[in-house]
Design a protein around this ligand. Structure first.
Ligand code: FUB
Ligand code: ZN
Length: 673
């Protein structure tokens, strides 16, 4: 590992996103998602399942105060999801999913990012007040999880496998760092530190401490972030401990709850759902719950970067390949089965029963960016871009008002309602979810998008994603603003202009997207390999003067893509893509029974500028044929070569599907091969 080559995300305070596409998404988050979410956190959305998140913090604070006055705490049973009894008034107990606190954390994290781009004193005041409630719930010893504070404090850290305390801690910590970095206010950061210190006093390698680790990973990344924000090595040590301890024998979870050990299960598979079946360095294949997995791998990459641990990095690379070469949908979605919201076996990527949770694709982006920090290799950025523009953005409606948790690649509304195997697939986006993990996760990602687009090392600015922005950069050799304009994802033209008062020497490393076979730099064909190009990045080193420009063009051609033959579901099928966008066909354009279409031998794809849900997009039209209606007859009959009639199919960007009412959708089309 060449530690000199590491790069880090640029501070969101030093970048202004001006991009037409991303600005629109960010504005949706700022104007629609964040206010809506705040109402949801406070149970003020009529007809939506209450979140109870803020109520739980207030209840915990009230009980803390009462305890100080000598009140005896009431104990409540620890159930996964606690809903009020119908017709009865709410009690002073915890309500919602046991990880409901994390709803608040994701919200405040998104608020922090938003404030860096758009100062808003009123929003900041609301956030500060929310933080006051949260901090009032914290126990004197630093513990801060309302589920246990309210329900039964004697049970704290007794079920690390299932009960999400360290998950909620991770989200709280990520939020605290983000809010501190955005506003300079450290109240929540101090609370997170106190909580981290309490965790470290209970869990760790020292004699007498629990030898546990999170059942739902995220604390690993969060502790690294806390270490980087505070400079306190003890947080990195705890994060590294969680990574190193995971999957070691005897299994901590066996010791934690011997009565729950799944006896019949092969030892090597036990805890694969939590990626704790083996020590992380011995894990060959991405398995188990997909969100947990990618959060872990992202944390492993963080620890590898900071400790220079090659064995950990090798494991990350292996797991990266396992996902992206064998277990990822063309949309960047991951998690092929709803059973355990998990990865399936290699090449098992069904389209209509896919889980592809929005959060899992988001976690893949976390993992990708961390791998890029260690080594700029366009393989990582290509996947990051694929997930962002497809399997993640599909999670939110174009008006920012409804969301998908599951992102299938094929959908027939009737099947979603009548076929239990597809119950998880919704034909239209939902307003909110009782378990609201995806919408707020999307909000925090979109509002921090610039930290995925750019990373910086001592002497190099890496441009991983193209988007209009103004970056204020400082180099050893001076200061410079870099203005980037781009029309991604619809047009591959990009220009960069350097504004500087004195000559500044540094390198700009530009990703050459994997989807283009050529490009131009200042009007000339740019190199695809050679001295200037390494691992898919073009390195332009100059002593930059004020007004220096680079003009790039990455041609966005319409491409027909096929999956590896081992993906049984996609055999004899093709998908349409253009630049970073994957397309789908919808009933709204092509009528019902999309399965009757077959791509023409000469599909002759053409672009079509069009409006979907208020967004102007580049659509595609291809030539196709449609099976002619059969004569009425028995279900099974003598085979006869079917007749087809020539027609065309209209394709829209996958992320824009289900914005025009309920209807069929399909990403892959039959080719007749
Ligand atoms: O368990 C917390 C979150 O809820 C997971 O990350 C999601 O997959 C959902 O199950
Ligand atoms: Zn989710």
């Amino acid at each position: 590992m060449d530690r000199n080559a590491y790069s880090r995300p640029i501070s969101l305070k030093k970048v202004r996103v001006t991009d037409a596409f991303w600005k629109q998404e960010m504005e949706l988050v700022r104007k629609e998602v964040i206010p809506y979410q705040w109402e949801a956190l406070n149970d003020r959305i009529p007809d939506a399942e209450p979140s109870f998140a803020m109520r739980n913090f207030r209840t915990a604070a009230k009980l803390n105060a009462a305890k100080k006055e000598g009140a005896k705490p009431v104990k409540w049973p620890l159930e996964f999801r606690i809903l009020p009894e119908e017709g009865k008034p709410l009690e002073d107990r915890f309500y919602g999913c046991l990880f409901q606190d994390s709803d608040f954390s994701k919200w405040i994290e998104a608020v922090g990012y938003c404030l860096t781009q758009h100062p808003d004193p009123e929003l900041e005041r609301t956030a500060d007040e929310a933080i006051d409630y949260v901090c009032a719930a914290q126990l004197e010893n630093g513990y801060l999880d309302t589920y246990y504070i309210i329900s039964d404090q004697d049970q704290i850290f007794t079920n690390l496998r299932d009960n999400h305390e360290l998950y909620c801690f991770g989200h709280l910590t990520e939020a605290a760092v983000a809010y501190f970095e955005a506003t300079g206010k450290d109240k929540l950061l101090k609370a997170a530190e106190r909580y981290a210190d309490y965790i470290a006093s209970c869990i760790g390698p020292e004699e007498g401490k629990k030898k546990g680790y999170p059942g739902h990973e995220i604390a690993e990344m969060a502790l690294v972030r806390l270490y980087e924000a505070t400079g306190e090595e003890k947080y990195l040590d705890l994060g590294r401990y969680f990574v190193d301890q995971r999957g070691t024998r005897p299994y901590y979870y066996d010791l934690e709850h011997p009565e729950c050990v799944e006896k019949g299960k092969e030892e090597q598979q036990r805890y694969s759902y939590q990626q704790a079946h083996l020590p992380v360095r011995d894990q060959e294949e991405a398995v188990g719950h997909a969100v947990r997995a990618v959060y872990l791998y992202a944390g492993m990459a963080d620890v590898a970067r900071l400790t220079g641990d090659e064995t950990l990095l090798t494991a990350c690379e292996r797991l990266w390949k396992s996902i992206t070469e064998k277990k990822m949908y063309i949309t960047g979605g991951i998690g092929a089965t709803h059973v355990g919201e998990a990865f399936s076996f290699a090449y098992d990527l069904p389209n209509d029963t896919a889980y592809a949770e929005t959060c899992a694709a988001i976690g893949l982006v976390f993992f990708a960016r961390r791998m890029l920090e260690i080594r700029a290799d366009s393989r990582y950025a290509d996947v990051m871009e694929r997930a962002l523009y497809n399997g993640i953005l599909s999670g939110m409606a174009l008006d920012g008002k409804s969301f998908f948790y599951v992102n299938p690649l094929e959908s027939v509304p009737e099947a979603c309602i009548r076929d239990e195997r597809k119950e998880h697939v919704k034909p239209v986006r939902q307003k909110w979810f009782g378990c609201a993990c995806c919408p707020p996760n999307l909000a925090r990602l979109v509002s921090s998008i610039a930290s995925y687009a750019y990373t910086q090392s001592k002497d190099t600015l890496y441009v991983h994603l193209y988007m209009g922005s103004v970056l204020e950069q400082e180099w050893e050799g001076g200061k410079a603003d870099i203005r980037i304009t781009s029309e991604f994802p619809w047009n591959g033209k990009v220009s960069l202009e350097v504004r500087t008062q004195q000559e500044a020497e540094f390198t700009i490393a530009l990703r050459i997207p994997g989807w283009c076979t050529s490009y131009t730099l200042d009007g000339q064909p740019g190199p695809m390999a050679g001295e200037q190009v390494k691992d898919g990045y073009l390195y332009v080193k100059r002593a930059w003067k004020d007004g220096d420009r680079l003009e790039l063009e990455f041609p966005m051609e319409i491409r027909l893509l096929a999956a590896d033959d081992r993906v049984r579901e996609d055999i004899g099928r093709a998908a349409v893509s253009r630049g970073p966008i994957v397309y789908c066909m919808e009933e709204a354009d092509n009528g019902k029974d999309l399965h009757l279409y077959r791509l023409a031998e000469d599909p002759a794809p053409v672009e079509r500028r069009r409006e979907i849900g208020g967004m102007t997009v580049t659509g595609v039209r291809t030539r196709a044929s449609r099976r002619k209606p059969q004569e009425p007859g028995p279900l099974y009959r003598e085979y006869r070569k079917p007749e087809y009639e020539e027609t065309t199919v209209d394709w829209i960007p996958y992320f824009t599907w289900a914005n025009r009412g309920e209807g069929e959708m399909q990403v892959f089309i039959r080719t007749g091969d």
